[in-house]
Design a protein around this ligand. Structure first.
Ligand code: CO
Length: 134
């Protein structure tokens, strides 16, 4: 069902400072910030040859990553995003297997303009998992 690792996401308190670390210290190419109000985050992507790193900064009062940053004030690894060919088939298979899909269970459009879903970390070895249809 899973195909490729699409990205590793890191929650950060300051997107400008985090982008500078990746661009200036690590010499990586960093995209322009993109606000995703429906997800409560502003994101940039760091393009690597084999995957991407997504840096997430809270956007708005009800950001889903605010509580994560309360616990991890300097930032930290937030989720892994795996690609699937058919997100609804993947969701139905996971629900049947007893996994919990976050939110209302309907895919939302993610940062790449493609449908995404999030899965409960307690069901996946303590890691928040995002699925993205490719
Ligand atoms: Co993501």
């Amino acid at each position: 069902m899973l195909t490729r690792l699409n990205h590793v996401a890191i929650a950060v308190p300051d997107l400008v400072a985090a982008s500078a670390v990746y661009r200036d210290m690590l010499g990586a190419s960093v995209t322009e910030p993109q606000a995703l109000p429906e997800h409560g985050v502003t994101v940039v992507f760091i393009e690597l040859g084999n995957t991407k790193i997504e840096l997430l900064e809270p956007l708005g009062d009800k950001s889903t990553i605010a509580s994560f940053l309360d616990k991890n004030p300097s930032g930290g690894m937030h989720h892994l995003c795996y690609e699937v060919a058919d997100i609804l088939a993947a969701r139905d298979r996971l629900i049947k297997a007893g996994a919990r899909v976050l939110g209302d269970g309907q895919p939302k459009i993610g940062a790449h303009g493609k449908p995404v879903l999030f899965l409960h970390p307690k069901d996946f070895c303590g890691t928040l998992v995002e699925l993205e249809q490719t």
